[in-house]
Design a protein around this ligand. Sequence first.
Ligand code: NAP
Ligand code: MG
Length: 467
Amino acid sequence: MKDTIYVGGRWVRPAGKGVREVENPTTEEIISAVPAADEEDVDRAVRAAQAALGPWSRLSPADRAGYLERLWQRLDQRRDDIARTVTSELGTPLPVSVNIQAGLPLTVLRSYIDLAQTFQFTEQVGNSLVVKEPIGVVAAITPWNYPLHQIMAKVAPALLAGSTVVLKPADLTPLVAYLLAEAVHEAGFPAGVFNMVSGAGSVIGAALATHPGVDMVSFTGSTEVGKQISILSADTIKKVSLELGGKSANVILDDADLAAAVKVGVGNAMLNAGQTCTAWTRMLVAQNQYEQALELAAAAAGKYRAGDPMVAGTRLGPLASARQKASVLEHIRTGLSQGARLVAGEEAVPDRGHFVPATVLADVKPDDVVAQEEIFGPVLVVIPYADEDDAVAIANNSRYGLAGAVWSGDPERALAVARRMQTGAIDINGGAFNPLAPFGGYKQSGIGRELGHYGLEEFLQTKSIQR
Ligand code: NAP
Ligand code: MG
């Protein structure tokens, strides 16, 4: 049970009187609770962040990186604790939690510590000295699917930039955020540089987006809430960066290694029970390879047997909440009612826990609901295409544009198709994740970029001094 929030370098009892229970989605047991803070708490946190801004921004980037290094050390000691915490509150299989839920945020934090040594905070342009200064007080509002990573992708660059932060973590996964705040405290950051306020998004998120003391809102979550944040932030002309949903296409060209492309593609779609914003949820296959691809996809999906995410060998955990499960099942029903064919998804799942079997839907048309809407569950749709132009057109037939993939035996052909896709990131033939590459969306998948120096620049503003 947590009964405090982290404001001004101290754990304080919030003014808000409510509590938010935290459920283990595997056991459906309540495992903890956190305070539901209110607008008054947000105001205190923003004031603390404002007060800390001047001194923090005047430290050298190397000094700020020194604090981040101490934070890295503390989080590194807690990798196991982080992984188990996320598996308990979210349901990610433990090995994936170790590698991604705990490992990735540490990688990202390390990348910003390193960047402090090379990033140019000033630039000479003709007779102008261009100075990159912190944007100010940053409100970070984050979701639950990769909870510590999504926090770190904002907090590390914001703090390195010299900005200060008020974090509002997701309601479903606050415990890992508390773990982070404890590590921040132990690392000895100056009071007010990092603050954390838990509670309902509709209350805390809205209070942050409208607060005149907040200079920027960095949001990751759904497109619907992202729109709300933009609207709420407009009144005070805050900078807004949005990392939103996706419906990414995995384009398998007819000269690809089909078996590898389908296997990796299914794995990508099922990772974290499909609760991944970049998931390749639309697999596009040449008409003459379609039935073969479906067989391969069904076989690959069959290996994602649902079970306890703490138990070795489990590859498919539960969905994060009962609501999420209901929404995913509703999408599957809609798909079937629009004529989709179920080629995987009848495996039994545990009675207790918010489980949905790994599901593959065939004969999906590009405009069907299940091909257009983000399902955010272990559901892959497979769509046939006539030729390469058709494949590109189907891939781009989406309001989203976050990620994607191209598979081909010809690297030049793959690159040409990748260039035609309207999306923020594309992996060719399973190209490895690069934590320094910019991450973010085209179209309604977002505004702005995270990670690497692109992510750092989001938390800076530029001043031109002419001499
Ligand atoms: P969400 O409902 O949009 O919530 C995201 C965050 O916003 C949470 O902290 C939430 O608080 C808060 N929030 C909710 N309503 C708000 C409001 N009216 N004003 C301000 N803040 C508010 O998203 P989610 O359900 O947590 O996550 C699933 C969605 O996020 C999916 O659509 C997924 O694609 C997207 N997502 C995108 C990315 C990306 O990088 N592009 C990454 C992960 C997830 P509460 O938790 O208290 O409701
Ligand atoms: Mg929500």
